[in-house]
Design a protein around this ligand. Structure first.
Ligand code: FAD
Length: 680
């Protein structure tokens, strides 16, 4: 997604606000009221856009740059930075690649080490914050012969251009004369092996530091970058104290001016929710967000980011795991010990607000985290167990991962219920990822619903023994749906629906819109083939509603709209079943829907790719003769690959070419934007 002028002006504004405050001892507050304030740091904690100056003034010798879209690369960068400091005594910092002038990169001292953790986004694109850096490497950089580097790519093998950016950065740095001190490696979100891939790369990096570069490894020791200072003079109700508001501006006010974006969400009213289906194992919520009181805009095919908070059950368990029950409402400030430290929330704040609103406490604990926290275990036995499981992939998988333990579950299991009271809260703030917004393909059309955004979310939950495994946002939406419609259903887990200072009460949540490249062709007369099983149908409901509106309002010629939809059973989980015949009525013959119900015949599971294969002739005709566009949305792990295989076969058979040639044709459709994927 390219940043528009508005985004740039917000970024510049933010940078100025942050720069103005650099040098203050405490990370927050900013008192000018202008800050959007989720990421509370100046570039590298310094005043300069020069990385050379920053390294010098902060006396650092390692910089871990990251290119991130959803926060994973940033999270790994923080962890790597901490571990390099604790294992080798290196002076490390993390840095957003967008925060520095690249012209300076060649002047970085050859004594310094540079890491690049680069995520690939969409169809082989750089993340928003890495666009300029990749452009610089591609077009402007002359030489980087001073730079010593190692790159880790974060990608998803379901996509055609898997880890394209990680590979490109690694290759370009080499071509520009930089010296690679540890081999490139990459992680695969598609296979769900990202954590282990990252750990394997990190181990190789550590080996290279020891064996090739002569750094001495020591007993790991946590060095805090922040110091927590409790503030007994403030209560949680003091107007300056954050109760978990999404940004500083919201601490002062219930509503704030836009523009709204990934640092500055809009607290939107959810005017309507309904249950689309509820079977014995799954349910699905439709929710409508009202933008009318904001200046927010979206266009059909965009994503809505929903800012979550954790459920009561997980907050309570976390408090118990660290013996923090009595500190729930205690207020603290953070003092910066390392000027390059970053945090993601406003202070003063309460322990409870950090845990509920800012830390990713519900998801699975990582092996790396277990290994880092082992030293703080309450007993020698627990310490040994945590060390062993943290360093052994097999034991970790069996004892922790397969049981779906989150941080609190795992630690209480290891210690036999004894709280881990020696863990500094600063450690938790620094090493637990911050709670990230979740994205949803918008299922309305900006042509028919200008001021409403619809989303369609499958609720993720499962009970494993005593452990409640639940998705953060989807269960929050489900709780809202139950509360709003006053149904008799019991939520799987419970949330504080009122939010900080009641700011989310009467069903509101912080959101922002992420522009997407998943768009209908400009001309409505171009045929489209929409393949989206399950919630993959969400953006296609938006696409079809767009065409219906165009037909009704402008009576333009609408090209063929061929929809392939799959679910388990026609009468169980067929999303928006009652709406499709209405769309067909307006669009007439130009609309066709093909359905695959996988559980209808237990002996022959039918999926969308089978329907695609059945309709090969028509699909090929539309592609070849009418220059149709294909769109695939939904499950990244299997469906998107299976559909692509089916389409490759169709093209090969119908055109009498080899499958290799057909695969090439599909690649070419992708580069022309005529084959678009929105998969997760
Ligand atoms: P999370 O909290 O993120 O958890 C993720 C999964 O991990 C869940 O299945 C959860 O049950 C499981 N889990 C939680 N704790 C543990 C544990 N301790 N151990 C093991 N597993 C655990 N989804 C839709 O439903 N509809 C859409 O239209 C849609 N569009 C998307 C568009 C994009 C571009 C992207 C990137 C994603 C989209 N998604 C969509 C997926 C969505 O963003 C969320 O990932 C999904 O809803 C789950 O979010 P959650 O917060 O409920 O779960």
């Amino acid at each position: 997604m390219a940043l528009d002028t508005l985004d740039y002006s917000v970024m510049v504004g933010l940078a100025l606000a942050v720069l103005a405050y650099f040098g203050k001892e405490y990370i927050w507050p900013l008192d000018d009221g202008t800050s959007a304030g989720f990421v509370a740091s100046a570039p590298g904690g310094g005043t300069s856009r020069s990385i050379v100056e920053t390294l010098k003034s902060t006396k650092k010798n390692v910089v871990v740059f990251y290119g991130t879209q959803t926060g994973t690369a940033e999270d790994y960068a923080s962890k790597l930075s901490k571990e390099l400091a604790s294992n080798f005594g290196l002076k490390t910092m993390t840095a957003d690649v967008a925060d520095y002038d690249f012209e300076d990169f060649d002047k970085i001292s050859s004594d310094a080490l540079c890491f690049f953790l680069m995520a690939t986004y969409g169809e082989g694109e750089p993340t928003d914050n890495a666009i300029d850096f990749v452009n610089y490497l591609d077009n402007e950089a002359d030489t980087l012969s001073n730079l010593r580097f190692s790159v880790f790519g974060l990608g998803n093998s379901t996509y055609e251009f898997y880890n394209a950016i990680g590979k490109k950065v690694d290759q370009k740095l080499e071509e520009l004369g930089a010296e690679r001190f540890a081999e490139y490696s990459q992680g695969d979100d598609g296979l769900g092996t990202m954590d282990e891939d990252f750990l394997a790369w990190k181990d190789a990096v550590f080996e290279s530091l020891e064996n090739n570069l002569g750094f001495e490894r020591k007993e790991a020791h946590y060095e805090p970058s922040l110091k927590l200072v409790e503030n007994a003079s403030l209560t949680k109700d003091d107007p300056s104290v954050s109760q978990g508001e999404p940004s500083k501006a919201y601490v002062k006010s219930a509503s704030i001016e836009g523009p709204y974006d990934h640092q500055n969400p809009y607290i939107s009213k959810i005017t309507k929710t309904r249950e689309l289906f509820n079977s014995s194992t799954r349910s699905c919520v439709h929710a409508e967000f009202d933008l009318s009181a904001s200046n927010m805009k979206y266009s059909t095919g965009d994503h809505l980011a929903i800012w979550p908070s954790n459920c009561d059950e997980n907050v309570l368990k976390f408090l118990k795991a660290f013996g923090l029950e009595k500190k729930l409402d205690t207020v603290f400030d953070l003092k910066v010990l390392d000027s390059t430290a970053r945090t993601h929330f406003h202070t003063p704040i309460t322990y409870g607000a950090v845990i509920r609103h800012h830390l990713e406490i519900s998801g699975p604990i990582s092996r790396q985290f277990l290994s880092s926290i082992a030293g703080f275990a309450p007993t020698e036995e627990a310490k040994e167990t945590a060390k062993n499981w943290g360093s052994n992939k097999g034991s970790f998988a069996k004892e922790i991962h397969e049981k779906s333990f989150n941080i609190a579950d795992a630690l209480l299991h290891i210690s036999g219920g004894e709280p881990w009271t020696d863990v500094p809260f600063e450690f938790l703030i620094e090493l637990i990822g911050h709670l990230q917004p979740r994205y949803y393909s918008i299922s309305s059309s900006s042509a028919s619903e200008k001021q409403l955004i619809h989303i369609t979310a499958v609720v993720e939950n499962e009970k494993k023994g005593d452990v409640l495994v639940s998705g953060v946002v989807t269960n929050l939406l489900k709780h809202i749906e139950i509360d709003q419609n006053k149904t008799k259903e019991k939520p799987f887990v419970h949330y504080d629906l009122d939010g900080p200072r009641g700011k989310f009460s009467k069903h509101k949540l912080p959101v922002h819109v992420r522009r997407s490249t998943f768009k209908l062709p400009n001309s409505p007369s171009v045929p489209v083939i929409l393949i989206g099983p399950g919630t993959g149908i969400a953006p296609f409901r938006g696409f079809v509603r767009e065409r219906v509106t165009q037909k009704k309002n402008q009576d333009v010629k609408i090209g063929k709209t061929l929809v392939y939809y799959g679910c388990r059973n026609e009468n169980e989980d067929f999303l928006y079943k009652e709406e499709w015949p209405q769309y067909a009525q307006v669009l007439g013959d130009s609309f066709e829907m093909h359905t695959a119900f996988s559980r209808k015949d237990p002996n022959a599971k039918l999926y969308v790719q089978h329907k695609v294969a059945e309709n090969g002739k028509e699909i090929n005709r539309l592609l070849e003769q009418e220059k149709a566009y294909i769109y695939v949305c939904g499950d990244a792990l299997k469906m998107a690959r299976d559909v692509q295989k089916a389409l490759t076969k169709v093209i090969a058979e119908e055109r009498g070419v080899s499958e290799e040639r057909a695969a090439e044709l599909i690649r070419s459709l992708k580069t022309q934007n005529r084959y678009q994927e929105d998969v997760w």
